[in-house]
Design a protein. Structure first.
Ligand code: CA
Length: 418
């Protein structure tokens, strides 16, 4: 696929990607939809108003001129696929429509350094799964011992909890150290104050494009048609608050103070070439959870930390999304199997993604084994959990033969409790 805009081999945004996001500029502060291409953002609202998408959108107006992608997402996977074809055609070296139209190009092709990314979606509901077997096993061993690491339900259903959509924030938003109630094992009474065990969680999430009616479950083999695309997620967690509060109803204030997402949503079409074989599920899930395809996505994941002292970011973990035990279609089928309805813009996250060994664990809790094995950083620094001033960055990409389909990054800096 030849694009008239040159992209570097390690660029996350070649013509094979074309993710969707919302951005604004100084010249035009109205948030609007764009796609990333190399170092540029292509303003889709300008292309729309110039009639490039009229064949697909028909009489619909201003699909890309909104401050979120929800209307576009609600139009379904066929519309999305058709828009992708048009975009790849517009950007192709053989097509003069944009390539040789200087005035149009100046209007719609904007250097990304001049753009500020905005929240891409108005999120109605947010659910966080717990779908990495390695993560669930690690946490289980730490809290319950090796014999009872996985709860009896874990291999039979994708465990999850309902999070808060209100505190999902865009990459780059500072994370204020939350306060809460904790209780040390040897203390008689709980105490209140800033969390001392602030952690990140390496996750990915997917957005619902088209939902389902109440009482009308989404079957597992139709689930992908309802999914718009994926983002990187950091589910910030306060381990000491979590430990005291989670019995018996699960995570609450230890989780809902902030969840960061990356600004670009990578579509399932862009991820399609990177399907790989999924881990074997044993025991076989119940029929409603049996996927038609036996695939996972091969997405390389990197977590790095930058402290106030460190000169360059330090890699904390290298993982891969293909380690997930439950896939996105199973998660969505399970979430709706009781009739629960999804709506356009709902966010469903994977849960912490951990690989088979310490170099691929997805949280400080696991990397430092509850703080008992601190991470050694350059210049004699070490970390058990995150300190004020630390900046965490998660990035992910699929590696093609001579190109990447990437997610950009999700980052956040810890600032002191107020
Ligand atoms: Ca989580």
């Amino acid at each position: 696929m030849n694009c008239f805009i040159e992209t570097e081999k390690d660029s996350h945004f070649p013509i094979q990607n074309l993710p969707y996001g919302i951005f604004k500029t100084n010249d035009n502060p109205a948030p609007r939809a764009g796609t990333a291409i190399g170092k540029y953002i292509l303003d889709l609202s300008v292309l729309e108003s110039n009639g490039f998408f009229s064949e697909v959108f028909k009489s619909r107006k201003n699909v890309f001129a909104n401050s979120d992608l929800n209307l576009f997402m609600s139009l379904g996977s066929e519309v999305r696929k058709n828009i992708r074809k048009i975009l790849q055609n517009i950007l192709s070296s053989d097509n003069p429509a944009l390539k040789e139209n200087d005035s149009l190009r100046q209007l719609c092709l904007i250097d990304s350094v001049k753009c500020e990314m905005c929240m891409p979606v108005t999120i109605g509901d947010y659910t966080d799964f717990y779908s990495s077997k390695e993560h669930a096993t690690n946490v289980g061993i730490m809290f319950r011992g090796k014999e009872n690491a996985l709860m009896p339900n874990w291999l039979h259903l994708p465990v999850a909890y309902h999070g808060r959509a209100s505190s999902v924030v865009l990459s780059g938003t500072d994370i204020i150290r939350p306060k809460g109630q904790t209780k040390a094992d040897d203390a008689e009474m709980p105490s209140f104050g800033p969390t001392r065990l602030l952690d990140f969680e390496l996750e990915m999430g997917f957005f619902i494009g088209t939902g389902n009616k109440l009482s009308a479950p989404i079957p597992v083999d139709k689930a992908d048609e309802h999914i718009f695309g994926m983002v990187m997620v950091n589910d910030w967690s306060a381990r000491d608050i979590q430990k005291w509060e989670y019995v018996p109803l699960g995570p609450f204030l230890a989780k809902n103070f902030a969840t960061s997402i990356s600004p670009w949503i990578v579509t399932l079409e862009a991820l399609e070439p990177f399907k790989t074989k999924k881990v074997i599920q044993d025991p076989e899930p119940l029929p409603y959870l049996r996927s038609k395809g036996d695939w996972a996505y091969d997405i390389k994941l990197d977590v790095s930390i930058k402290t106030e002292k460190l000169k360059a970011p330090f890699i904390l973990s290298k993982s891969n999304y293909r380690y997930m035990y439950w896939d996105i279609c199973q998660q969505l089928a399970h979430h709706t199997v009781n009739g629960c309805n999804m709506r356009t813009g709902d966010l469903l996250a994977s849960g912490t993604i951990s690989g088979p060994d310490k170099s691929s664990f997805g949280s400080m809790l696991e990397i430092t084994w509850r703080g008992t094995e601190p991470v050694k950083l350059p210049d004699d620094e070490e970390r058990k959990f995150l300190l004020d001033g630390d900046e965490l960055t998660i990035t992910g990409w699929c590696q093609g033969e001579d190109y990447r389909v990437g997610f950009g990054e999700v980052k956040g800096k810890i600032i002191p409790a107020v």
